[in-house]
Design a protein around this ligand. Structure first.
Ligand code: SF4
Ligand code: SF3
Length: 520
């Protein structure tokens, strides 16, 4: 096997024996085969001039299947690959190219991998939008273009141009997902979220898919079963059409990398709608369910019917049988027991843009930081906690994605009537941050780069890759990226990004804050 797609890759070079994420060599090889077959289907669709709805879903869901911490189930990956081959054959395609995905000249492998990993991230966003009935042909068509490009030879300049073109398409895809989420569930509003567990049966929902959560809330309404979000599902509490359910009772636990510890004694079933699933421990594996593209051999899987409806009866019955806690249970041992706040997506922030602009003009808000991205187990990730703790009182911190669990229980007070930390949502909501930045730039009549705004990003999986590529494509400069540079970026590619965009690896919180705020 060879895999270097995520931040925790072995030795920051590549996983070759077994994945640090728990992915076994056979699974990694099956995923590579699936990628080759997806490329084969893309080529066949282009040659035939026919791109069926089935082919679209296969390209999108197939790429998402290979994203980090999504699917470890060899049989599921094999079955999916068979469906891809059948579709390719049906549209008259010949065999998939026998492509050496991870071999070749270092810089070219790096650029090809960057595009492929970015497309995996965009596939996740397109998948969620599709589930809610939203599609943009420009986005769907780009999966064909991009996958065909992965199999072709390009110069370094051509690869860079393709990657930036991809970044712009991914921006459209993120906008589409924003339309899908807000169109289906309303504009998020600031919401305080309970982190303790009430007595009685409950179900925990992880991952990013709001449609799955919505279906589960519908099916559990009036049953006496409470629903708790986990990890990236926390921002669901801000959406009016989800928060209207009184049994959406709170949030359990912290970010994904703590699940093996936090799930051990939980008297409730857990549903994984997307990443990040870790190999389950025997202590709780009979309580974990997967759905959609997520899979793990031995875990129960809830499949959708032809209309995308899912029957969550097995979880509901198990929740009843387990019964939950006998008494209300404080979770202060896990996250300090503080209420969490979410729901500061672009709708809310921009509704208050006037007040924010006034505060910036009056010098009450000196600087805005966007500290966001993925969390993970890497020790260097304390950087983000320390960074936020050290931000001066006259600065705002916008955040998104699961990296916020490093600091979202800190009480940093208020500034100009706003909480100093504002949670804009999931990694899927990076669009919100861009929209706010563009609106501020517009109001000040300057570029995003001239704003008193700095992006301090943490990355782990491939959605962070597509977000980074979008930010670069939009010309955003001087971003900080950590806790390490991606192993798949060659020295030359890193140098190009540093020279052209001022992309900086994170160093130490104080040092970076000094540089950003022009101190010393
Ligand atoms: Fe290694 Fe990450 Fe690939 Fe898992 S996804 S095998 S940890 S590089
Ligand atoms: Fe997190 Fe897996 Fe990326 Fe959605 S849940 S941000 S890592």
């Amino acid at each position: 096997m060879f895999c270097f797609q995520c931040q925790q890759t072995a030795g920051n070079k590549g996983c070759v024996r077994t994945g640090v994420c728990g992915k076994q060599p056979e699974t990694a090889n099956l995923q590579d085969t699936l990628i080759r077959e997806l490329i084969g289907l893309a080529i066949a669709s282009r040659q035939a001039g026919v791109y069926t709805d089935n082919a679209k879903r296969l390209l999108i869901d197939g790429l998402f299947t290979t994203l980090t911490n999504v699917n470890f189930d060899n049989d599921a990956i094999r079955n999916f690959t068979e469906r891809v081959i059948a579709e390719r054959t049906a549209c008259g395609g010949k065999e998939a190219p026998d492509l050496e995905l991870w071999h070749g000249e270092t810089d070219l492998v790096s650029l090809r991998s960057t595009l492929l990993f970015g497309m995996k991230g965009m596939a996740a966003y397109a998948h969620h939008a599709f589930n809610l009935g939203y599609e943009d042909p420009e986005v769907s068509d780009w999966f064909v273009k991009g996958l065909c490009a992965v199999a072709e030879s390009h110069t370094v300049e051509e690869w860079l141009a393709l990657i930036l073109e991809f970044g712009k398409i991914n921006f459209r895809c993120m906008e589409l997902l924003d339309q899908a989420n807000t169109g289906s569930f309303g504009t998020p509003v600031p919401t305080r979220v309970n982190v303790d567990i009430k007595a009685g049966p409950f179900i925990v929902v992880s991952g990013h898919d709001l449609d799955d959560l919505s279906q589960l809330l519908e099916q559990t309404a009036g049953t006496g079963i409470n629903i708790y979000t986990h990890c990236e599902m926390l921002p669901a509490h801000g959406y009016p059409e989800l928060k209207k359910y009184p049994h959406l009772a709170g949030n359990f636990g912290t970010a994904w990398q703590s699940q093996q510890k936090e799930f051990a004694d939980l008297p409730a079933p857990i549903l994984f709608t997307t990443n990040c699933l870790m190999p389950p421990r025997p202590s709780y594996q009979d309580r974990v369910y997967t759905t959609s593209v997520v899979g793990y051999a031995g875990l129960r899987h809830i499949a959708a019917d032809a209309n995308g409806r899912k029957d969550f009866t097995p979880l509901i019955e198990q929740a009843r049988a387990l019964g939950g806690y006998a008494h209300d249970r404080s979770m202060s041992g896990i996250n300090g027991g503080h209420m969490l706040t979410t729901g500061f997506a672009h709708g809310t922030v921009l509704a208050n843009a006037g007040a924010i602009l006034d505060a910036i003009r009056a010098g009450k808000i000196r600087h805005i930081f966007l500290v966001g991205g993925c969390d993970g187990a890497h020790p260097g990730r304390n950087y983000y906690t320390e960074f936020v703790k050290q931000t001066p009182m006259d600065t705002l911190v916008l955040t998104l994605a699961c990296g916020k669990y490093r600091f979202n229980d800190l009480d940093l007070g208020e500034i100009g009537g706003f909480p100093r930390i504002m949670d804009m949502g999931q990694c899927n909501d990076a669009y919100s941050a861009v929209k706010v930045a563009l609106a501020l730039a517009d109001a000040f009549g300057c570029t995003v780069n001239a704003l008193p705004l700095t992006l301090v990003l943490s990355w782990y999986e491939q959605k962070a890759v597509c977000i980074l590529l979008t930010l670069l494509a939009l010309g955003v400069k001087n971003m900080y990226l950590g806790p390490t540079m991606p192993a798949f970026l060659s020295e030359t590619v890193v140098k190009t990004l540093v020279d052209a965009y001022g992309l900086q690896p994170t160093t130490a919180p104080e040092q970076d804050l000094d540089a950003i705020l022009g101190r010393k």
